[in-house]
Design a protein around this ligand. Structure first.
Ligand code: PEP
Ligand code: MN
Length: 332
């Protein structure tokens, strides 16, 4: 890390800063140049809050030379991480994660699970604890929803993923194969620490207002607290483009693949907000290099209790899966 200090800074301020940085375990090399003094900091600089340093009146600028997410950074690991979820190997094989926004009934889950399994899905999704904007809309079936999801997954031979929104519910996820932290909780650091300790593979979704660096620092929490089985998910961000629910940041895929060794998947459904945009966005994500897709699928979208407008029906998902395979072959 490089700290640029204004030219006429009193020596006493410089000494005080140097001592305080050294007390935090850093080695400080001072270079006195013509227009400024440069402090070169070596050691575990990711422990330092660069913005805090910048706020000092005599600090002109702070530049990081190493990553603020040392465990998640590409440089931390030569090979890409492969996250095993049941039989699925995310990061090794291109994986489709599919299922309804929310588990609603045994019949609904059974119909969707068997169909998406036939179409090539590797993981069954289904929300039980739904983070809904309105307190009056369907909130998910909670523990019962998780049971419906697990039962359908077991019968279809698919591992399952579901979102946890509250640390108090984590014990209910004992038999869930992968725990999702949703966009709204990407920076719920208490939840991230507990989910890390829980030990199951984690699907971490990008917050709708989060930068790539913030997403990676949230992933760093999971790694720092002992869980290296993390899959990142781009799901659309808020912009001024109003034609969709959120703007799918396709560029996040190559950016993340370059920045981290963790697998990166894309959720075109929550970005699109409408089913007719889901397939084109999904194909764009595949072309951009995503390791997989998470797609909302419903056997009867018109009667879905949540996110029906963006759900593909069973045939729609089968068609999507086929086109994804064709695109993957063409890209090979
Ligand atoms: C979901 O995947 O069910 C969900 C709520 O997505 P997000 O957190 O991306 O909005
Ligand atoms: Mn949804």
């Amino acid at each position: 890390m490089l700290v640029i200090i204004a030219k006429d800074t009193p020596a006493a301020d410089l000494v005080r800063l140097t001592v305080s940085l050294e007390n935090r375990g850093l080695r400080v090399t001072t270079v006195t140049a013509e227009d400024a003094t440069l402090l070169y900091l070596a050691g575990e600089t990711w422990r330092i809050d660069g913005e805090g340093l910048k706020a000092l009146p005599y600090v002109v600028d702070v530049q990081r030379l190493t990553s603020p997410y040392p465990l998640a950074a590409r440089s931390a690991k030569e090979a890409g991480t492969v996250v095993h979820v049941g039989k699925a190997a995310i990061g090794r094989d291109f994986c489709l994660l599919a299922g309804p926004c929310a588990a609603e009934s045994a019949e609904q889950m059974a119909a969707i699970a068997s169909s998406v399994a036939r179409s090539g899905a590797a993981v069954l999704r289904g929300g039980a604890f739904k983070p809904r904007t309105s307190p009056y809309t369907f909130q998910g079936l909670g523990a019962e929803g998780l049971s419906l999801l697990m039962e359908a997954g077991r019968k279809a031979g698919l591992p399952v993923v579901s979102e946890v929104t509250d640390v108090r519910d984590l014990s209910l996820f004992e038999d869930v194969d992968m725990v999702q932290v949703g966009a709204r909780n990407m920076q719920n650091f208490a939840l991230l620490r507990e989910v890390a300790a829980f030990g199951k593979p984690v699907l971490l979704k990008r917050g709708m207002g989060a930068t790539i660096e913030e997403l990676l620092q949230s992933a760093e929490y999971l790694l720092r607290y002992g869980n290296g089985n993390v899959v990142l998910c781009e799901r659309g961000i808020r912009t001024f483009a109003g034609q969709m629910r959120a703007t799918l940041d396709v560029g996040a895929v190559p950016a993340l693949k370059q920045a981290t060794h963790l697998p990166v998947i894309v959720d075109p459904s929550h970005a699109a907000g409408r089913s007719d945009y889901v397939t084109p966005l999904a194909l764009a994500a595949v072309a951009a290099g995503a390791d997989g897709l998470m797609v909302e699928v419903h056997n009867d979208p018109a009667s879905a209790l949540s996110d029906g407008a963006q759900a593909l029906d069973l045939a729609g998902f089968a068609a999507l899966a086929e086109r994804v395979q064709k695109l993957l072959s063409a890209l090979r």
